[in-house]
Design a binder for this molecule. Sequence first.
Ligand code: CTP
Ligand code: K
Ligand code: MG
Length: 181
Amino acid sequence: MAVLETVVIAFWAMLPAYVPNNAAVLAGGGKPIDGGRTWGDKRVLGDGKTWRGTAAGIAAGLALAGVLSLIAGDVSELVGVDVPAFSLGAAVGLAAGAMLGDILASFLKRRTGRKRGAMFPGLDQLDFVVVSLPLTALLATEWFLAVFTWQVILVVVVLTPVLHVTTNVVAYKLGLKNEPW
Ligand code: CTP
Ligand code: K
Ligand code: MG
């Protein structure tokens, strides 16, 4: 498979996992998932993980997967690369997995003494990949094996941190996010 083709498929297939984080930033606020609870002297998750942000993130990922599935045929023809439609299991795995990965990352950040918004290089950029891919493999095994070849996974691991850093810097400059990471 040509490199550019692999990049197109990797980006397309990951979109339902990329969008939830950004939607959560835009919609966030309200009741924190941990209800303010602490474990020891530290919060379990912190005020940065809210029910509203999580629900909006998952909804945005699912909606995007639906739209992409509708246009997959036309886009494939247009760009000359066979981009896949998303099965329901794949959409849920990618969208919910992304939010779950972000939440688990916050749990790890709090356990390691990092305050809300603190940076955790590596984890910040790949938390959602680490959970969304295995969850998708579990919920939509056939779809996952057909789309996520090892080449696609390699591109995802390289491309995701680059996209993550770029979108967060832009969101920060636009005043949508408190920190540029
Ligand atoms: N957000 C949310 N619910 C989520 C994820 C994010 O409401 N499940 C919103 C919050 O307003 C959060 C913002 O998006 O502050 C930025 O997300 P993120 O950088 O993941 O959270 P942080 O505030 O940096 O908190 P943490 O240190 O726990 O990552
Ligand atoms: K995060
Ligand atoms: Mg943050």
